[in-house]
Design a protein around this ligand. Structure first.
Ligand code: ATP
Length: 343
């Protein structure tokens, strides 16, 4: 497995700067997730690494080798796309064997069989090897597509939302499997998604991409707890972080230049004792009951502002309850949405 380094790569399409001076250093064996909304430049970044696009600026290094002008087939990377593209007339076995039988890297047939069976075992599709690819379910097809990348043992895996076309249950299962396989193989992975749960659960590190710019890189925990901007704070965490004007919490001391306050649902506490004037008075609007917690939506008095509070499942609230809301661990943001550091 090899490390990947991108040195301030850029790519423009007409007026759109799809990727903007992106610098990235991914050590060997890391599961790196590029997280961003549609149009952020995730796919373009992958295509630049794969050699399917040429950067306007910067270089791509794989395993220390400058591959910027190298043809895609010579880069030793495997690409898994969002839409599985299997050969419908071939069996699962032959689909998996296909990359090994390429004239570029012919592999002896016993070796092909050994690798295909190993990968099929890993992805739990070994009982389907003789089936025609078209007879598989969506989840099985996507496993074959991932398997085709795995059989080649490339230096680097590039995956572009490989789970997004699957239903929720399969997505969960494959997420865990993919992570396990990556760890077993010690594979270097550049994985693109707009799904924060995938990013949080699979990544060694996450890079948050916004309009072609890598706005923050860190472990899932670092990005969750220490977001650099309100944009990043809102990108991770379910329910979404509560963001509201600072003017709504006059009692809470904060940095002078703070314009917006961010508080995660688990850092808000509801008090039934409405007499404690240190906390903001509010009224319960509705309750979402999840298995282990309740999400209580409260409206702050004298404003349209609604906050989502995570409360233990045992607490029972009802709409129209008059309560007080305590803010813990507020994050402060300036007029541009940049985080203001506090100690
Ligand atoms: P999505 O999740 O929707 O695929 P993304 O984060 O992968 O989004 P990209 O596909 O990399 O984003 O696109 C980044 C920007 O570059 C977008 O504004 C897109 O319209 C533009 N773009 C990408 N490829 C091309 C192209 N070949 N020609 C023109 N514009 C392009």
């Amino acid at each position: 497995m090899a490390e990947l380094r991108l040195t301030h790569i850029g790519k423009r399409f007409g007026a759109i700067q799809a990727v903007d001076r992106l610098y990235l250093d991914i050590p060997s064996g890391e599961f790196f997730v590029l997280l961003g909304p549609s149009g952020a430049g995730k796919t373009t970044t992958l295509r630049l690494v794969a050699g399917l696009e040429q950067p306007d600026a910067g270089n791509v290094y794989i395993g220390g080798r400058d591959v910027t002008t190298l043809a895609p087939a010579l880069r030793d990377v495997a690409f898994v796309f969002q839409q599985y593209s299997l050969y419908p007339h071939l069996s699962v076995f032959d689909n998996l064997a296909f990359p090994l039988r390429s004239p570029l890297r012919p592999t002896p047939e016993p070796e092909v069989r050994r690798k295909v069976e190993e990968v099929a075992q890993m992805l739990r599709i070994h009982d389907k090897l003789k089936n025609p690819a078209t007879k598989l379910s969506g989840g099985q097809m996507q496993r074959v597509a991932i398997g085709r990348a795995l059989v080649r043992s490339p230096s680097l895996y590039l995956m572009d939302e490989p789970l997004s076309s699957l239903d929720a249950k399969l997505r969960n299962d494959l997420r865990l499997e993919l992570k396990r396989i990556q760890q077993d193989l010690g594979a270097t992975m550049l994985y693109v998604t707009h799904d924060q749960i995938e990013a949080m659960t699979m990544a060694t590190r996450i890079g948050v991409l916004d309009a072609g710019v890598l706005v923050q890189v860190g472990t899932p925990q670092q990005i969750y707890e220490d977001p650099r901007s309100s944009h990043v704070a809102a990108r991770l965490g379910s329910p979404r972080i509560n963001l509201f004007p600072r003017a709504l919490v006059p009692g809470v001391a904060g940095p002078q230049q703070a314009v917006t306050v961010g508080v995660r649902a688990e850092h808000l506490r509801i008090h039934r004792d409405a007499s404690n004037t240190a906390h903001r008075s509010a009224r319960v609007k509705r309750i979402e009951r999840l298995s282990d917690q309740h999400l209580v939506h409260v409206g702050l008095d004298d404003s349209d502002q609604e906050l989502i509070v995570s409360a233990p499942g045992g607490d029972s609230f009802a709409p129209d309850d008059v309560v007080r809301v305590e803010l813990m661990r507020p994050l402060w943001f300036d007029a541009e949405g940049q985080r203001i550091a506090t100690t």
